[in-house]
Write a protein that binds this ligand. Structure first.
Ligand code: KIV
Ligand code: ZN
Length: 517
């Protein structure tokens, strides 16, 4: 047996499988910001999207390919010529491009979804992989629903894919069905029977039974040297295997696995926060590695142990995954240097003008509150400085909201649209309801509010108010959803900003899907 590498490649699919999660839709600007954060994290491969899926996906893959130079940039494609050609086109600007082509191999998928015989699937594999190889030198092949496929057939499929030019072969547990010990054995048997020492074996595990990470780690024991995963475990249904858990599992138990990754784990907390903020999907407090409670010790016995020696209750340090410890807050005496140094740690890429604008907003914020936390600064960058919503159809000019025990809450809202000021007023059963009714009167369509959350940017008593909402637009054939986030020292203003952001995003989602609102 040839020597197996001790490095496990991390293939991040947050921007593809992660973005397929219900209610998540990221625009190109946001995908590029996440891709840059992944580059800083030192992932080996970024799967930037599924270029044939929509104009927006194509654009996002092209932009990531053109702007992010470190990792390999992958685009997903079925085995059809149209899909593969489109992926090749989207990746043409990449320094290192990979086409990731796939077809299902399980009896249930072949019969009911593809309506193809195993022989026809084999033909597709050969044609698809060869065609992809005629476009790029780096081709990955995946057998969708591999864990429910016949192992003899899989060996035949994989052998053919390798002979047709695939350098990476992926064994997905598409529906999260596998059990760790059987998946380990399954992968080991396939790797042994296919017996192609130069191929990189990969796994891609979903989390339907909560076993995505366990199955990925089991496959590493069997010889997999690429793991496909996402930040925060974001993904279809119950999600994909979480990158931070896999990487820290391998690192913390190097004695057990004997392998490591190239990942700079100190960037996990910030990257997790960025993905959560941009997708609007919160991280549960007890989430391993990046949850806010992941290193919190409450019980007296635990606290006593920690004071004696941290290793009594901590198997890794919070610093090793970038958990903010005693975070120093900035304030009005903080200079430009300290401010720039702080935003540098977030991983966003700012132009000089954006840097200037950020500092101006920061100073304005310092006049309103004494301590400015990392959460506040990040909110300010996202909401005021980084123009991540490509086109601002509507912007907030003014608002006035009246509430009290005497009468019905009323709101008057002025928005700017195409250079014109439009003002509408409404009453509602609360200040937010009144504001949203007033905005809805201005719009040419009636969005439906499907999710509403308010919170704060940090735990400090004078944190900024933060609102997250999801709007849905159902007009004729169109049924789209979009999220919006707003922050302000005034929580009502935060909710209004979130609503307007979601409206603007509805327009950009509609444009990416080539529908009009
Ligand atoms: O879950 C899956 O099988 C996939 C493939 C496209 C790799 O996402
Ligand atoms: Zn998947």
């Amino acid at each position: 047996m040839s020597e197996v590498s001790s490095v496990v490649r991390i293939f991040d699919t947050t921007l593809r499988d992660g973005e397929q999660a219900a209610r998540v839709n990221l625009n190109t600007g946001e995908k590029v910001q996440i891709a840059r954060a992944l580059e800083r994290l030192k992932v080996d491969v970024i799967e930037a999207g599924f270029p044939i899926a929509s104009k927006g996906d194509f654009e996002a893959v092209s932009s990531v390919a053109a702007e992010v130079r470190g990792p390999i940039i992958a685009g997903l494609a079925r085995t059809t010529e149209k899909d593969i050609a489109r992926a090749g086109e989207a990746l043409s600007g990449a320094a290192r491009a990979r086409i990731h082509t796939f077809i299902a191999t399980s009896p249930i998928h072949m019969e009911h979804k593809l309506k193809k015989t195993p022989a026809e699937v084999l033909k597709e594999v050969e044609r698809g992989v060869s065609f992809a190889r005629s476009i790029v030198s780096d081709v990955e092949f995946s057998a969708e629903d591999a864990s429910r496929s016949d192992i003899d057939f899989l060996v035949e499929v994989f052998t053919l894919a390798i002979e047709s030019g695939a350098g990476t072969i992926n064994i997905p547990d598409t529906v999260g069905y596998a059990m760790a010990n059987e998946f380990e054995e399954f992968c080991r048997t396939i790797i042994k029977r296919v017996n192609k020492p130069d191929v990189i074996w990969s796994v891609h595990c979903h989390n339907d039974l909560g076993l995505g990470v366990a199955n990925s780690l089991a496959a590493v024991r069997a010889g997999a040297r690429q793991v496909e995963c996402t930040i925060n475990g974001l993904g279809e249904r119950a999600g994909n295997a979480s990158m931070e858990e896999i990487v820290m599992g391998l690192r913390t138990r190097r004695d057990h696995f004997g392998v490591d990754t190239n990942i700079d784990a100190r960037r996990f907390f910030k990257t997790s926060k960025l993905v959560s903020t941009l997708t609007g999907v919160p991280v549960q407090p007890n989430k391993a590695i990046v949850g806010t409670n992941a290193f919190a010790h409450e019980a007296g016995i635990h606290q006593h142990g920690m004071l004696c020696n941290r290793a009594t209750y901590e198997i890794m340090t919070p610093e090793s995954v970038g958990t903010p410890g005693t975070e120093l807050h900035l304030g009005k005496h903080s200079g430009r240097h300290a401010f720039n140094a702080r935003i540098e740690t977030f991983g966003y890429n700012l132009t000089n003008e954006q840097g200037e604008a950020a500092f101006e907003y920061f100073k304005e914020l310092c006049d309103k509150k004494k301590d400015v936390s990392d959460g506040d600064i990040e909110a300010l960058l996202l909401d005021r400085v980084l123009q991540l919503t490509p086109e601002k159809r509507y912007t907030l000019k003014d608002y006035a909201v009246t509430v009290g025990s005497g009468g019905k809450p009323t709101a008057s809202i002025t928005l700017l649209h195409d250079g014109n000021e439009i003002t509408e007023a409404a009453v509602g059963n609360g200040p937010v309801d009144a504001s949203y009714k007033a905005i809805a009167k201005i719009l040419p369509f009636s969005p439906e509010l499907v999710e509403f959350r308010i919170g704060a940017t940090s735990e400090s008593p004078d944190a900024l108010g933060e609102a997250h909402i999801i709007l849905r637009c159902r007009e004729g054939e169109t049924d789209i959803k979009a999220q919006g986030r707003g922050t302000s020292t005034d929580i009502i203003e935060a909710t209004i900003r979130a609503y307007i952001k979601a409206v603007n995003r509805l327009y950009s989602v509609a444009a990416a899907r080539e529908v009009t609102l």
